[in-house]
Write a protein that binds this ligand. Structure first.
Ligand code: CA
Length: 223
């Protein structure tokens, strides 16, 4: 899952990013409204965390302009002000929820998770293909009733492949989904993680699951 955080207070941005990464999410940060809006148009995110007061373009304008362009990604607004009108304006512009700063991180994460779940395709908490399953709460893979620990990147790759089960996923798409915006997509780092995942699967199953599509990417097949 990939999340965009648009927040001009660098300390707050860093704090949110660190916390989300500990929950196995991939995070892009934009420090101003213009950059945030451009990233939201350019990349596919599963959730956008948006500060209200931002340089160049405020959170409410960003929300309104994204919705006007049919970008329906859930938006969680962060507001320093505890004014009712700000919240009403934000929700009316198309935001899904808001939090008043300062907030408890646990509540923030719970709200983020709730917004991610709201999307129909994300309601399944356990993703499955044959004997293989992935628990999106514990981040563990299970094969034939054995739980297997995954690193955050292995988890992110497997989750994306499972959500796109039986569809070919390009290496570029996979890299964009599990790495930050500035990551160099030319490297073979995805292949390294795929091999690690395959190794973990092989130890518990004779089924291959993850297939290479030469010159394109990968497909996770349910036989
Ligand atoms: Ca701000």
């Amino acid at each position: 899952m990939k999340i965009l955080v648009v927040e001009d207070e660098r300390k707050v941005a860093a704090f949110i990013k660190k916390g989300l990464e500990e929950e196995y999410y991939t995070v892009d940060i934009a420090f101003n409204g213009k950059e945030g809006f451009d990233l939201a148009l350019e990349c596919e995110y599963d959730l956008i965390i948006l500060d209200l007061m931002l340089p160049f373009k405020d959170g409410i304008s960003i929300t309104r302009d994204l919705r006007a362009r049919n970008i329906v990604t859930p938006i969680l607004l962060l507001t320093a002000k505890d004014k009712i009108q700000d919240k009403v304006d934000g929700l009316d512009a198309g935001a899904d929820d808001y939090m008043t700063k300062p907030f408890a991180f646990e509540e923030f994460i719970a709200r983020a998770r709730a917004l991610l779940r709201r999307r129909e395709s994300l309601k399944t908490l356990v993703l499955k293909a044959g004997e293989l399953s992935l628990d999106t709460q514990t981040h563990k893979m299970n094969i034939n009733n054995t739980d297997i620990d995954l690193t955050p990147k292995e988890y992110a790759i497997l989750e994306y492949l499972l959500r796109n089960k039986n569809k070919v996923v390009s290496r570029t798409k996979l890299t964009q989904h599990v790495y930050e915006y500035n990551f160099n997509t030319d490297t073979n780092v995805i292949d390294v993680y795929i091999n690690k995942l395959r190794g973990k699967i092989e130890q518990h199953s004779s089924v291959e699951y993850i297939y290479t599509v030469r010159g394109v990417g990968y497909v996770l097949k349910e036989e």
